[in-house]
Design a protein around this ligand. Sequence first.
Ligand code: GDG
Length: 473
Amino acid sequence: MSNVGHDLVIVANRLPVDRVADPNGRARWRRSPGGLVSAIEPVMRAHDGVWIGWPGGTQKFKPFQVEGLDLVPLAMSAEEIEEHYEGFSNGTLWPLYHDVVAKPEFHREWWDTYVKVNRRFAERAAELANDGATVWVHDYQLQLVPQMLRELRPDLRIGFYLHIPFPPAELFQQLPWRRQILEGLLGADLVGFQLPGAAQNFIRLVRQRVGHKTHRDLVYLPDGRTVRAHAFPISIDAAGFEELARSEPVAERAEAIREALGNPRRIFLGIDRLDYTKGIHARLRAFGELISDGAFTVDDAVFVQVAVPSRERVEHYRNLRDDIELLVGRINGDLGRIGRPAVSYLHTSYPREEMAALYRAADIMVVTPYRDGMNLVAKEYVACRVEDDGALVLSEFAGAADELRQAWLVNPYDMNGMKAALLEAYQADPKELTRRMKAMRRQIAQHDVKAWADSFMTELEDESHSHTKSVRP
Ligand code: GDG
């Protein structure tokens, strides 16, 4: 299968599958639950697609199929995982692209491995793509692939999508390899971002640092090629979440969760990967202060915080976990009573059904990142509020804030502002909640992840067709 060409090649850091044990203890592959896979799947089926990615771990696997999807695993050595994935991707680029919330580390060995791994992905994509095929490369771990691939296969149509923010020039400038990254991305015909501001940051940097001519969202390269940089805000499978939330088992489970929490007047909820960009510490502090101020008691309200284990081998992440757990312990120690903790903290991940039940059970969803490309949790909460109720408290610095204007928007650095918003959401009258939630639900229903994938693919086709016609200014 892998030696036959494909008309569409998806290139992403991870394959969309997880290795799990079946009831007999044998290892098998299971499709990952995320919306990205469901959005790309129809596109893959329609275009005879294949997906290239790292399967996790260091084991080598041959190409295989899961539920009819062609998957090509690329192995990584322990050193490559350490230097490409944990190092340059998550120790350098992740904090740099998220407003330097943590200090990025710059190490030349990490960069060398980043280049090496990007080359391996590009070479594999070049082998698998048919003449004139489309290749869609995803995210910050693979920003050099577009250029490497174009050098190997100038006949291809290449799209790139960045799932995380793209920083302003003032921050990006710090990167010792800034020019290489910009040139890497310029190998694509279309570079997609979450927000228009990110596309503008990119265009400005290309003009200033690489010296190419630009006009609006277009870059004009010396060889006559053009590159478009444009925003495609990602979304979720809204209908799928809604259906799940309406199902009997999920509705019953939501009731059982409320019951288990002692039927408080209000349940606050946070669900995040345990990441320092997500603002978990600050939101719990705001909630704790509201209780100590006497705004409400532990009988009135509880905060359920699900912190999904993430990147546990990176030092910043281990420290963050300790900080949050110290704070949760302190809040519960100071403010809780027997059988009534103020914060119900869970360091684990859950199946989709349980996530939907939590969304249905929660009165106030609290999403307070310092910086976030989009934040799908905020959108999933809205999709699951089938009764048009519930409040969303959302950081201005999440991409989702551009679309979910009826949320209680907060600056996560402003403790008093955040407390005021949490309290307002706590006290809001049902009519107000319904008005806001209805508007947000309309937005999500009309802009789902299928629309996102379709608009990117359509734009990519148009963009590469227009190449021959493009005239330099
Ligand atoms: C990056 C960008 C951008 C979480 N816990 C569980 C679980 N999840 C699912 C959620 C949601 C996804 O993971 C998390 O997506 P987010 O968008 O909230 O955040 P990142 O992981 O940082 O994602 C982000 C995104 O890429 C897409 O472009 O929006 O800005 O940082 O779908 O539901 N799913 C299950 N169990 C869990 O415990 N099943």
